[in-house]
Structure formats: structure tokens, C-alpha cells
Design a protein around this ligand. Sequence first.
Ligand SMILES: Nc1ncnc2c1ncn2[C@@H]1O[C@H](COP(=O)(O)OP(=O)(O)OP(=O)(O)O)[C@@H](O)[C@H]1O
Ligand SMILES: [Mg+2]
Length: 381
Amino acid sequence: MAGERIVFVDDEEQIRKLLSTWLSRHGYEVTLANDGWEALKAIRAKMPDLVITDVNMPNMNGFELTRRLRADHRTARIPVVMLSARKQADDVLTGYAEGADEYIPKPVEMAVLSAKIEVLVKRFRAIHGETTTKRGGNVILFVHGKGGVGCTTLAVNSAVALAATTIYRVTLLDLNLEFGNVPMLMNLAPDRTLADLAEEAHTELDDATFERYLTQDRSGVKVLAGCDTPERAELVTVPAVQQAIDHLQMQSDYVVIDAPASFSQQVLAALDVADAVIIVTAAHLPSLKATKETLDVLEKLSYPRERSVLVVNRTSGSGVEMDQIARFFNRKPDIVVPFTPACDDAADRGRPLTVLHPDSAAAKVMRDLAAQIAVAAPSGR
Ligand SMILES: Nc1ncnc2c1ncn2[C@@H]1O[C@H](COP(=O)(O)OP(=O)(O)OP(=O)(O)O)[C@@H](O)[C@H]1O
Ligand SMILES: [Mg+2]
């Protein structure tokens, strides 16, 4: 292998020189940094294939650098090798807990470092390489700017409607980590959640193990709940979300994701791989304003408009008229869901509206939404 970019950060000049000469000789393109802060800037400016970091450094040490890389959806998956003279079990465990892929004691055994680099870079490239073809199903992300606009209701019903075609294998991820209610709307009581999966920290997660975290609904949709209690939400790290989406994609044609009303790093990680984004708004000013801001963020992130579906959900009997809404967004909404009191009834009974009241006007529109999803993000089937 040659040409891979490595950022090497160490505050000791002699080690920087020694290692960078060796790495360059072996065909790697090396960028050097004196401390974590400098490394972070270099990494954000141009994504490397691997980071090698010392632990003890001024300004920002290697633990903090790794923590920051793992917390940002753009850099969460870059392989990190820690090199350190600190060899106590405590230090090594801290390194791994912060997200290091390898912890190598100093003085460095070059043959060992070389072997580790090769394995990590190969694995990273397999996931991220530009040449890799898309693996697995389409990711459909449901977002909303203001809470309580029926985002989860629509995500659940779309997933169920897609599964009802019997053509598609559908999974549903509840990314509302603090107050998720996907399982409740489907009357499911998952034994395990993504928080448990993250806590158990599987480095190599096989399909059979991952399957144990899913709960099958009678519609055929398999649900991965985010978290059981709000205080455990922080267990769900950005890499955990990325790993879960990878696995869901491998086993389904559509991975429907219900996001909270936020652009958290976890939601941005889902957006990075989303084949379509469904933006849900109510027809009232506070929600419309938040939705406009959400659309602006998507535009700033260069998310292609043709892969977004704008849904106005009439969660009450009143609201702003449709032509005014279209003018406000400078865009005609793609779908308008009518106000349906039966939505609350369905929620209270833990049954999706499309199943409980399939003939209601709202259920029909929800099926249209599922059809539109299949158009915005056609499955390979
Ligand atoms: N078209 C509709 N007509 C009437 N009620 C609706 C409609 N759509 C959703 N609702 C009701 O609105 C409430 C909020 O729905 P839901 O939980 O799906 O919103 P949300 O946007 O996901 O909220 P949060 O931001 O808290 O996650 C529920 O009680 C639901 O039954
Ligand atoms: Mg919700």
C-alpha cells in the first residue's frame, strides 16, 4: 500500500523526525503536528487515513484528541494509534476507552507499528474508499425542527407501509435517544437498545450478535430502539450510531431513522449516509420557522434537494394555508397529511394508523409518502 495519508502528532522533535522519515520511506504521506490541537486542525483541513498520536503533549493530549475525533461525525471513524511511554494498565485502558484502535508502548517496535497501520488503513478504506460501491439498503432519515409535529408517527407508518409491500426488508432505528417513542407507537418492549450495544462496545460485531438488539414487529419491520432511559442516552456515541446503521443497511432494503428535533452529531452521522431526508413540519408558525431553518441547514450542508421530501403534517384542525406555506419556504410541500383525530387513538393503542385505520385519509397519504420515499431513494431490488 502506498500514498495513504497519516497525521503523526508528537511533541518530541526527535521522534517526529525518526518516525516520519520511516513512514515516508514506506510510501505514506505524512503530516506532522506538535500537539493535539495542531493535529485536530490538520485533520479537519484534510481527512487522513490514519492518526498516530502520542499521549502526553502540551495544549491537548492524545486522549483528548481522540475523544474529540470520536465525537465528531466527520472524524469519528478515522483509525487512531496511540504511542506512549505510559504503559500502566490504567493508561492503556483509558486509551481504548477514548476510542483508540491500538495502543503501542514506546519505544516503538517498527515492525509491529507497520503491521497495525496496514490492517487499520485497509479496514478504513474498505468502509470509506471512494471506489467502494454502496453496501446495502437505503437510509431514510426523518427530521424535524420543532418537536411534536408527528415526525415519529410518520416514520413508523412509512416503515410499516414499505414493509407491507412485502417486497422490501425494512428496519427502523429510533435515534431519539432521550425520549424515543418508536417502540411505544408499535406496542413493542425491546429487551435491548442501541445504548446497550454501545455500552458493550463490540469491536468486531457479527450479524448474529447484532440481531439480538433488534425487535421484530408483526408488520415485518425490525426495530432498533435507541435507549431505554434519558440518562443513558450519552452511551450512544457517534461511532456506535455509525456501526449500527452499517449493520442495518446490510440486512435491509430500507433503514428508516427517526431523529429528534436536533442536529446532534448522531443525527449528522445519519445524514452523512442518508439517501433521502424527510422533513416534517406542522402548519403553525413556530414549526414553520424551525423547518425553514432546518431546510437552510440542509442547503448549507449541500444536501441535494431532489433527495428531500417536505411533509406538512396537519396535527390540528387549524393552521396556515398551503399557498402561504409554499411561499414561506419558496418550495411547494411534497406531501400534506390531513388532521386525523384517529392518530392519537392509534398512538394510545400502540398500533400504526396505517394498520389500525387503513382507510382513513391520513393513512392513505402516509402510504403515498412511502411510495414517494421509494421514488426519492429507489431500492436496488
Ligand atoms: N395528522 C395528524 N393528525 C392528528 N394528530 C396527529 C397527526 N400526526 C401526528 N399526530 C399526533 O401528534 C402527536 C405527536 O406525534 P409524534 O410523537 O409523532 O411527534 P414528533 O414530532 O415525533 O414529536 P417529538 O419531537 O417529541 O419526537 C401524537 O399524539 C400524534 O398522535
Ligand atoms: Mg418523535
